[in-house]
Design a protein around this ligand. Sequence first.
Ligand SMILES: CC(C)(COP(=O)(O)OP(=O)(O)OC[C@H]1O[C@@H](n2cnc3c(N)ncnc32)[C@H](O)[C@@H]1OP(=O)(O)O)[C@@H](O)C(=O)NCCC(=O)NCCS
Length: 186
Amino acid sequence: MTESSLGIQNANLRDANPSDLPELTAILNQQIEETVNSFRLGPISGPASLQWWAAHQDPRFPILVAPAGGGNASAGRDDVSVAGWASLSPWSSYEAYGKTAEVSIWVRPDFHRQGLGRRLMEGLVGRARNVGHRVLLSRVEANNRGSLRLHELFGFRTIGTMHQVGEKFSQRLDVVMLELLLDGEQ
Ligand SMILES: CC(C)(COP(=O)(O)OP(=O)(O)OC[C@H]1O[C@@H](n2cnc3c(N)ncnc32)[C@H](O)[C@@H]1OP(=O)(O)O)[C@@H](O)C(=O)NCCC(=O)NCCS
């Protein structure tokens, strides 16, 4: 896949830096508080967000930022510096899973459908290859069509659906598991 075939106009992503932390957590906390896209039940802040940040200082588990004002997506927004972010996290603490990482991707709602999700996913998959991961996994709430479609566009394959594994806002939630084998052997 090339950037142009994916409709990516300008992949000017960067690694997150500590000054991004409030905006990164604000983007996530909006999703935690208002949607079932995150299975967290309460916002992260203070020590929890610092702990989360520290866990992503390992180069195998980066946080990539799509800056607001970058590319053609967000002209005229000087109130926001982070339009979206994506990260890799360990799938498991057991060592044999060391080359498997889990994808997270979050774009501010006011920046949706401007190609930032594609740019972040492209950057994340590229970085995952560069740091030596072999498999990416993703868990997506089963009604999250936008996220499912985005994963499909990058070749993620659905492994299956875990039924009723989540409960939030008094709803039982199903989760679709997806995988991307980075050496192409799907
Ligand atoms: C999923 C998400 C990251 C997509 O980000 P985005 O910047 O809006 O995505 P893009 O503009 O790059 O869209 C890429 C493609 O994904 C698909 N897509 C994105 N949002 C979609 C939606 N709401 N419905 C259907 N398809 C969608 C489309 O195929 C789209 O291409 P198109 O715009 O040319 O039709 C974004 O909607 C988001 O942050 N959602 C809330 C958080 C979330 O669900 N994160 C994933 C948790 S698993």
